[in-house]
Design a protein around this ligand. Sequence first.
Ligand SMILES: [Fe+2]
Ligand SMILES: [Fe+2]
Length: 198
Amino acid sequence: MANAPRSARIDLNNATTEELEGGKLQEGGALGAAKAGRPAGGGEIGDMRALEQIMGLILLDLAAAEAYRVAIDACKTPEIKRQLEAFQGDHERHARELSDALGASLPDEPDDRGQCIRRYTELSAREERTALVAMRGNEELTNDAYASALASDLPDAVRRMVEANWQDERRHIRWITEEIRTRGWELPEVPSSLAEAA
Ligand SMILES: [Fe+2]
Ligand SMILES: [Fe+2]
């Protein structure tokens, strides 16, 4: 076990419960180190829930980065593009740091939720106003996911990382909300393709 090859790193998209419970994902990662220090039994469920939460955050951060890419394409104002690019970079960094903490590789493909987020953003983000409104919705998702991860039983090192990332998420949603407000873009809008389908 101590000599597990690097190929023991697994794809988060295809991780099975057996792999997770077998500790394959955790070798070398902060979660694995934390688990190793715990007595058998009591901490198991907390560890599994923490793993699932962190894997969910990684996939959500990747989906958010992809949604920012779509939104940036819909924007023209340099100041807005610059800001959204910085937020996109934060999400990419979060995904990298969290997967390093797990000792896992980044997934290559978005999960179902990630695909929905990208599709929603493609349909909604027709120009700057709708791009920002769509990203505000996406940021509500990431902010909620971080808050709920923090409510679970996380090892200290991972908790510090998730808390720092959450501060980034709160900054993202504050900036977007304020930008929508000061530009007078608060009008609700249903994307035409969704309205037609309804
Ligand atoms: Fe994040
Ligand atoms: Fe964000």
